[in-house]
Design a protein around this ligand. Sequence first.
Ligand code: HEM
Length: 526
Amino acid sequence: MESTSPVQAIDNLISELPWWGWVLVAALGYLAVQVYQSVHISSKLPPSPGAFPVVGSFPLMGAKDGEPAHQMFARLGEKYGPICYLRMGNVPSIIISDGNIAKILLKDQDHIFASRPWMSAGKYMGMDFQSVVFAPSGPHYKRLRKIYTLELLSNKRVIASHGIREARLYGTVKSMHEDMERGEATNLSSALKTLSLNSLIGLIFGLTEDTVSKKLGTVDMEEVKDVVRCAVELGGEFNFGDYIPIARWLDLQGVIKRMKDLTKRMRVIAAGVIEEHRKLAASRGPSSPDDLTILDVVLNLDGDDVLSDDAMAGVIFDMIIAGSDTTAVSSDWTIAELLRQPKLMKKLQDELDAVVGKDRLMRESDIPNLPYLQCVIKESLRLHPPAPLGIPHCSIQPTTVAGYEIPAKTTALINLWAINRDPKNWKDPLQFIPERFEKLDVSVFGQDFSLLPFSAGRRGCSGMLLGLTMVQLIVGTLCHSFDFRTQGVKETEVDVINEKPGLVSMRAQDIFVKVTPRLSSHLFKK
Ligand code: HEM
């Protein structure tokens, strides 16, 4: 009998292996790597609950049904310490629950942690990672971020665009007054969302009060609002496919399919508004720099700054999505806290009456003269940061943090919610006490690592001044204009504990209020 050499035997096996044999070999190989990674969690990594093959640490994270992720991560922080290692499916991740360690990532090693991990939201809704929110660090991101800082959201442009925000807000004040005249309660939470969305749409597209709810050329503004609503929902949905490759491939949750459909709608809207804006700009001739909308500025960029169609679509949707719900929920949490504590509400109203008077509505230019309003908003951003986990960061190279080894491509989640409530830094951290800021000079803009509502460093929120100004103006104007009586629940029992899960921290229950005007009656006439 002819003998076969081992090499020949392997050769024969390979050539005769059926397709399912290859699938089996690939699956066994994948499993072997997973088992190796699970048992081989290096002792130099941060403390960890451990990990299983394929699903990693997911079953060990102690997730509770309906619980927001930042609360679950805060519990992990209490158990495993301020830096905790998780393998989320296939993805090495660290959770940071301490301001001093956040400072290492966002300041000392900002150049290492300023990238973003791969996320299906970035691939699809982020226009193939062209949008600033999802772009990994590199020349494209650097160029975009510079455009945001110097052109789109510069201090000068934020100040110059105050009229658009004030007009939208005064419109909301008048419709709440109309609800009152009809004897109806206003759903305040929902009114705040509509207001923020309309303000952002106004800033970007430059629509007037009449057209903001109608059409811009071929683009229906209701379609824009629906796309934004779907994007916020989809962005907040947990997608296993981001962590487990096979789940991405199978798309069992249908997230990728829905994102692809939504991206098509986003591209159609972006193409429509860009075309309309080009036509309008051509017919209108040159405008003064202060009258330009965000989209005018984007279209006027020249030289190396000119953006591709996808990057322009990214700017439009990044700004509306990142800016609208964050400012709406922050205003909602603040008013909820003030309703629970009538003394604080009165103190704020007294300050507003003294500075603004009763014969006009508040303006953005009043804010520097309203120190208590500033303290109220700071305290609200501390206790209820609207984006409690920020947006995931990603390391671009291996590094050491607090004595632990962190591999390259590790996702870093910074628990801003836990940091802002750290009892090491804040007395009575769970109480809403604006007075704590009366004698404490702490900035919300990322210089103080015990207070990080906007995160910090090169990846920190690029709309922080705009966001802060909007919340101050909205809360100040509404509390100045009205006294509130809640419907369905006593003022002092408005829920300021429970949240809906999602990217943005929303209160679990909408607030319904009946209002009584506090200012001269002519201010409420349409
Ligand atoms: C109270 C309101 C707001 C809060 C609390 C807030 C908070 C945040 C946070 C925590 C991040 C993540 C930062 C990180 O990755 O470390 C972020 C990112 C971002 N925010 Fe805001 N935001 C607010 C309003 C706005 C507004 C009004 C805009 C613009 C219209 C905006 C635009 C952005 C953008 C573009 C990013 C991504 C920055 C980047 O990746 O470089 N935000 N925001």
